[in-house]
Design a protein around this ligand. Structure first.
Ligand code: NAD
Length: 315
């Protein structure tokens, strides 16, 4: 199933899709793009993408069609509204958006019924990775479809991990980001507790980053500035990075995916905390900015333990 994919359709040319399409142009491919937003189309044109007036037009004559859309609803609308019918048989559809697993599986089914190849390949790496072409793709679908798309993905990313069948890429993405959301809250709580106990950020960082508290949220995206730690959004007033509302989106997807099938109490708790952080001023900030919200909650917390320490009653 190896064949040259040289004419590529691209639907959704926003913060992520825009630079991803630009990297395909840089790799010498003919890219035809569509977006609902005029500004996105203008920016894509400046990067060498040939823009057209509808999702269907993108697909005519395309060897592969990539989507990078906000949600599963948008994906299914696009597929239903022209993409599936406009594609020639055996065209490869790659959805790089982060969407719910059910919508992803529905999109795969629509494609397969129409004789098309289909891959879900959500990404990690953010706008920085999309621009630099260093994204990680988490791929789900038939192995031959993933193999067919792998060269194309290599123009936009550094790594593709094959995760399994239809929807497996989305499943991997949602599980990974649930770990990230929970661990960012854990790291933030530890720094806020450390502050209350008179510990410097440097001391806690130097211990935890080389001990069992080590994790990406601490070592690569530390929610406080430190001397020996990374330069992270905390050093620039929590400018993203990875915006809090995108973390909230992923935690909602994790909650919905878990409903009735898995007990993810910390995942649900993390989603509720990000819900409040985003509603109470966190929107537009990096997700590590939740440490400020956690610190603010402390003002209302009791300052003395509510239960007496039993050791103290025997003196
Ligand atoms: P964005 O809002 O910047 O871009 C989405 C684009 O899709 C917009 O330009 C919008 O006009 C367009 N669009 C919506 N409906 C459309 C339709 N029916 N037809 C054509 N175009 C349509 O969002 P983004 O930041 O580029 O994110 C895209 C996807 O990537 C999301 O699923 C997001 O969760 C995921 N993601 C984003 C990041 C990030 O850091 N931004 C990181 C990883 C994954």
């Amino acid at each position: 199933l190896t064949r040259q994919l040289s004419t590529i359709g691209f639907i959704g040319l926003g913060n992520m899709g825009g630079p991803m399409a630009a990297n395909l142009v840089k790799a010498g491919l003919a890219v035809r793009g569509y977006d609902l937003a005029t500004e996105a189309l203008d920016a894509a044109r400046a990067n060498g993408v040939q823009t057209v007036g509808s999702a269907g037009e993108v697909c005519v004559g395309a060897d592969a069609v990539i989507t990078m859309l906000p949600s599963g609803r948008h994906l299914l609308e696009c597929y239903g509204d022209g993409v599936i019918t406009a594609c020639a048989p055996k065209t490869l559809l790659i959805d790089c958006s982060t969407v719910d697993v059910n919508s992803s599986r529905q999109a795969h089914a629509l494609a397969t019924e129409a004789g098309l190849y289909s891959v879900d390949a959500p990404v990690s790496g953010g706008v920085v990775g999309a621009t630099a072409g260093t994204l990680t793709f988490m791929a789900g679908g038939q192995p031959d479809a993933i193999a067919l798309g792998s060269g194309l993905l290599a123009h936009m990313g550094a790594r593709t991990v094959t995760c399994g069948g239809a929807g497996a890429g989305q499943a991997a993405k949602v599980c990974n980001n649930m770990i990230l959301g929970i661990s960012m809250i854990a790291v933030s709580e530890a720094f806020v507790l450390g502050e209350a106990l008179g510990l410097t950020h440097d001391a806690l960082y130097d211990v935890a980053s080389t001990a069992s508290g080590q994790c990406w949220a601490l070592s690569s995206n530390c929610p406080v500035p430190t001397t020996s730690g990374p330069v992270s959004p905390a050093s620039r007033e929590y400018q993203p990075g990875f915006a809090a509302e995108l973390m909230l989106k992923d935690l909602r997807l994790a909650r919905d995916a878990a409903a009735g099938v898995a007990a993810t109490s910390l995942g649900v708790h993390a989603q509720e905390q990000y819900e409040r952080y985003v509603a109470e001023g966190g929107e537009g900030s990096d997700f590590s900015g939740i440490i400020r919200w956690i610190r603010d909650q402390g003002d209302a917390a009791p300052t003395t333990p509510t239960t007496a320490d039993p050791r103290e009653t025997h003196s």
